[in-house]
Design a protein around this ligand. Structure first.
Ligand SMILES: Nc1ncnc2c1ncn2[C@@H]1O[C@H](COP(=O)(O)OP(=O)(O)OP(=O)(O)O)[C@@H](O)[C@H]1O
Ligand SMILES: [Mg+2]
Length: 313
C-alpha cells in the first residue's frame, strides 16, 4: 500500500488539563498538562498509523511551538514533511471540569500564512504525493489562505491521479466540490449548510444525499451523524450504520478517527461499504479514549464486527 498523504493547514499542539471547577478571577489550580499533536490531517495520519497503515503528514511548522510539534510527531513515529513558516504553530487548550465532566475547548486562530508559504505547501503536495493513491485534506484553513485552497488541492490530486478525501466545512468545501472530490464527509450540520437545506429530519437525508451525488463530481458521500452513526451514499448504493453501544469518555476526534479508518479501508482496496464499517468502528472507538486521544487499534478491531450497515437503496 502506498502511504496515504494527509494535509493539515492549521496544525496545533493540544494542551489539556483537568480542574475541579472553572470559576472567574480565582487561580484555577490544574493537574499536570498533557500535550498532543492536533489538527484534522495530523489526527487522520495518526489514526492510519495506529491502525497499521502507512501515512505521510504534510503541514506548516513555525517557531518554538512548531519545533515542539515536530518532537511530538517524532515520538508517535509518524512520517512527515513540514514547510517552514514565519508565524508560530498554534496551541489549543482544553480544560475538563472534574466534577461535571464538562470540557471547555479554547481554539486559537493560528498563524497567518503568507502566499509563498501556502504556495510551498501546494508545491510540496505535488512532489510528496507524486504517486499517492489517496490524499486526505482535513480541517479549517489557516488565516491568509485563500478560500479556494482545497479546490487547488483537488486540481493537484486530479493531476496526480490521486483520490482526494476532504473533511472540511463552509466556503472552502463549496469551492472544492466545484473541482471534483473523490469522497466528502460532512457531519449533519455541515451537510445541511452545504445543501442549503432547511430540513434536519433523519428521514430526509437519504434523498438529499442521492441528489447531491446526481449533481456533483464526487464518488462517495458520507454524512456522519454522531450518536446516530452515519449514512454512506455512492452511485452503487446507499447504506446506514448505527454505532455499537459504548461508554463515552470524550467525543473529541471522532470525526478524524472516522476519516482515518474509512480511508485506510479504501486504500486497502475494500468496497466502500466495508471501508465504511471501519470508519464507524474507528469513530466510535474514539469515544472510548479520554481527552484528545484518538481511536485505539484494539478497540476499533473489537467494534468492527458489531457494525452492520443496512442497505437503503
Ligand atoms: N455519541 C456517539 N456515540 C457513538 N458513536 C459516535 C458518537 N459520536 C460520534 N460517533 C462515531 O463517530 C463518527 C463521526 O462522528 P461525528 O458525526 O460526530 O463527526 P464530526 O461531527 O465530524 O466530529 P468532529 O467534531 O470530531 O469533527 C460517527 O459516525 C460515529 O460512528
Ligand atoms: Mg468533523
Amino acid at each position: 500500500m502506498k502511504p496515504i498523504v494527509t494535509l493539515t493547514l492549521n496544525p496545533t499542539i493540544d494542551l489539556s488539563t483537568t480542574v475541579d471547577v472553572v470559576t472567574p478571577e480565582h487561580k484555577l489550580r490544574c493537574d499536570s498538562e498533557r500535550r498532543d499533536p492536533g489538527g484534522g490531517g495530523l489526527n487522520v495520519a495518526r489514526v492510519i498509523h495506529e491502525l497499521g497503515g502507512e501515512s505521510l503528514a504534510l503541514y506548516p511548522r513555525g517557531g518554538p511551538t512548531g519545533d515542539l510539534l515536530e518532537q511530538l510527531l517524532e515520538q508517535k513515529g509518524l512520517r512527515r514533511w513540514s514547510i517552514s513558516i514565519s508565524g508560530h504553530t498554534r496551541e489549543n487548550f482544553t480544560v475538563t471540569e472534574r466534577k461535571s465532566k464538562r470540557e471547555f475547548r479554547f481554539v486559537m486562530p493560528g498563524p497567518t500564512l503568507a502566499e509563498k508559504e501556502w504556495q510551498a505547501l501546494l508545491d510540496s503536495l505535488s512532489s510528496v504525493a507524486a504517486d499517492a493513491e489517496y490524499i486526505v485534506a482535513s480541517g479549517s484553513l489557516a488565516p491568509g489562505v485563500p478560500v479556494d485552497f482545497y479546490a487547488r488541492v483537488a486540481r493537484v490530486a486530479r493531476k496526480q491521479n490521486a483520490r482526494l478525501v476532504l473533511d472540511t466545512a463552509g466556503e472552502p468545501l463549496l469551492a472544492a466540490k466545484e473541482e471534483g472530490i473523490f469522497m466528502v464527509k460532512p457531519n449533519r450540520k455541515e451537510f445541511r449548510d452545504m445543501m442549503g437545506a432547511q430540513v434536519d429530519e433523519l428521514a430526509a437525508l437519504p434523498g438529499l444525499a442521492r441528489a447531491f451525488l446526481e449533481r456533483e463530481h464526487a464518488e462517495v458521500l458520507v454524512v456522519s451523524l454522531g450518536a446516530d452513526g452515519a449514512l454512506l451514499t455512492t452511485r452503487q448504493g446507499q447504506f446506514r450504520a448505527q454505532p455499537p453501544p459504548v461508554e463515552t469518555h470524550s467525543s473529541v476526534g471522532a470525526g478524524d478517527s472516522f476519516v482515518g479508518g474509512m480511508t485506510l479501508g479504501l486504500a486497502r482496496g475494500l468496497a466502500p461499504e466495508e471501508a465504511f464499517r471501519w470508519g464507524i468502528a474507528s469513530g466510535t472507538a474514539a469515544l472510548l479514549s479520554h481527552g484528545t486521544e484518538l481511536c485505539r487499534r484494539a478497540d476499533t478491531e473489537r467494534l468492527f464486527p458489531l457494525v452492520q450497515p443496512v442497505r437503503l437503496a
